[in-house]
Design a protein around this ligand. Structure first.
Ligand SMILES: [Zn+2]
Length: 289
């Protein structure tokens, strides 16, 4: 290769990469809105699903994905509520960056609400001042907006130590945050106070109160009814019981997987790249310690 060729190759690669990046941006928007029920819509994109209440009183959003998606999120909100697109309220279901990445922007104009542990964790992470929850609660809080009660309930020690679910009572929709991973095995953040036993207990506690025709927005995945959540909770319970037995027999995560602990569930739940079976099983082991 000549010197000229050697310097051209990286330059061409960079141009090719930029072309891909721009091509993707201009042709395929990442954020897509879908109506759920009543006042509630959901924005799918990258990171946690965003719940939206839009109506005569304006907009409330649940979570805000990533900072780089803010322009797309704003464009989607402008379509849902022309002239009232700036959210008045923002509820964070927990502190993870794929649910709070837009806080620094939206928090400039919206009142940010979250469980008190979310504020503490964002402070620890040196989040900018506008990203911090202004209203915090220990057990929950209610908002009255767009003709309905929006009840925010804390679920202790589940996906993290600061989880909330947001129940749009009139619309009959619940945003479950990352208590509900619809697209695969859940990430249980034991290092941030999460625990699979708390996750199961929290969801078991919610299920009897959910109306038969309720719509459930997961943190990740598609909107389902009760049956989707019931299937998920049964998977959590079954695998937790199995891991408990394996632990009692002295097996570690590797030996449990070799014995096929998740095998029959993997076709439905094992395809989410971020949480392969071994990561989920390890988090159950950590939860049972
Ligand atoms: Zn999360």
């Amino acid at each position: 290769m000549t010197l000229l060729q050697r310097s051209l190759v990286p330059a061409l690669l960079v141009l090719f990469g930029l072309g891909l990046a721009f091509g993707r941006q201009s042709k395929q928007p990442v954020v897509r809105a879908e109506k759920v029920a009543g006042t509630v819509s959901v924005l799918f994109g990258e990171g946690g699903n965003i719940g939206v209440s839009s109506g005569a009183d304006g907009i409330l959003i649940v979570d805000d994905q990533f900072e780089r998606l803010v322009p797309e999120i704003e464009a989607a909100l402008a379509k849902l509520a022309p002239g009232k697109a700036a959210p008045r309220f923002l509820v964070n279901t927990h502190h993870h960056g794929d649910h709070t990445g837009g806080n620094a922007h939206f928090g400039k104009s919206a009142v940010v609400l979250a469980h008190e542990n979310v504020r503490a964790r964002l402070l620890d992470e040196k989040a900018p001042a506008t990203a911090l929850p202004v209203v915090t609660y220990a057990d929950g809080i209610a908002l009255h907006l767009n003709g309905e009660e929006i009840r925010v309930l804390h679920v202790p020690g589940a996906h993290t130590d600061g989880d909330s679910v947001v129940w749009f009572k009139g619309s009959n929709v619940v945003h479950l945050g990352d208590l509900y991973f619809q697209l695969g095995y859940p990430f249980v953040d034991v290092a941030s106070g999460g625990n699979v036993l708390g996750l199961i207990e929290g969801l078991r506690g919610l299920l009897p109160g959910l109306p038969a025709d309720v719509r459930l927005v997961p943190g990740h995945g598609v909107v389902t009814g009760r049956e989707g959540l019931e299937e998920y909770v049964k998977m959590l319970e079954t695998l937790t019981a199995r891991v408990r037995e394996h632990l009692a027999e002295g097996r570690d995560v590797k030996a449990m997987l070799a014995a096929g602990v998740t095998k029959d569930f993997d076709p439905r739940w094992g395809n989410f790249a971020f949480v392969p079976p071994e990561k989920f099983v390890a988090s159950i082991v950590d939860s049972l310690r």
